[in-house]
Design a protein around this ligand. Structure first.
Ligand code: CA
Length: 218
């Protein structure tokens, strides 16, 4: 199980990383919000441990950004701000659990395991279409059972088309959704992503509907 740890405190971060690794977790540790955010948007994690007081940005804004972008990884918040109001704000922002500092390592591990278990119980089923299998939880794409490497934006476009098969998406709508997903969108971005998806997944998966847009048929 792979855990994203965002904690700027050297001692706490080091202790958590070492302790979690001893328990068999793989841990990617970042000491600021920007790097942690970037990692979460690129890598499918089983859970994240997030400190609220970070040097570059507030942990709550990091969490809100993930949830706005549709990321559903379970998040355990660690914070010195252990009072009730902050606890409610954290949970309202999309945190799954909350642990005030100081905490015992075994409590972090117990809570992480509970979060991961709960999430696994709610997993969405795989989407299968032609020779493609898409895992909505890990964002992994298989073609004939072999893993295909896609960029986050390619995955985003593919997931959108796969989740509403037989619906035609106009270029403008896809562009708008990509824009909401993050970053500037080049004027030909949609065509470029579709082109790459066809190269990687086969030319027949995504159909062009002339003068309207793109679709995947079920
Ligand atoms: Ca901190």
């Amino acid at each position: 199980m792979r855990i994203l740890l965002i904690e700027d405190d050297q001692l706490i971060g080091d202790g958590l990383k070492t302790g979690l690794e001893k328990m068999g977790f793989a841990v990617d540790w970042f000491q600021n919000g920007a790097e942690g955010c970037e990692a979460l948007l690129l890598i499918p994690y089983d859970a994240a441990v997030l400190d609220l007081g970070l040097p570059d940005r507030d942990g709550l804004s990091v969490l809100k950004e993930w949830r706005q972008k549709g990321r559903k990884e379970p998040v355990l918040i660690l914070t010195a701000r252990g009072d009730v109001d902050n606890r409610i704000i954290g949970l309202d922002s999309g945190a799954d659990d909350y642990l005030p500092k100081p905490f015992a390592l075994k409590e972090v591990i117990a809570r992480l395991k509970a979060l991961i278990r709960r999430r696994n119980d709610q997993l969405e089923p795989m989407i299968r279409c032609q020779d493609i299998t898409f895992n909505p939880n890990t964002k992994e794409v298989l073609k004939n059972n072999s893993l295909v490497e896609l960029t986050p934006k390619e995955i985003f476009v593919l997931e959108l088309l796969l989740s509403r098969r037989n619906q035609v998406f106009s270029r403008e709508l896809l562009e708008e959704k990509l824009y909401a997903f993050g970053n500037e969108v080049q004027s030909n971005a949609v065509e470029v992503h579709i082109h790459h998806l066809r190269k990687k997944l086969g030319k027949d998966l995504i159909k062009t509907v002339p003068k309207i847009g793109y679709m995947i048929q079920s």
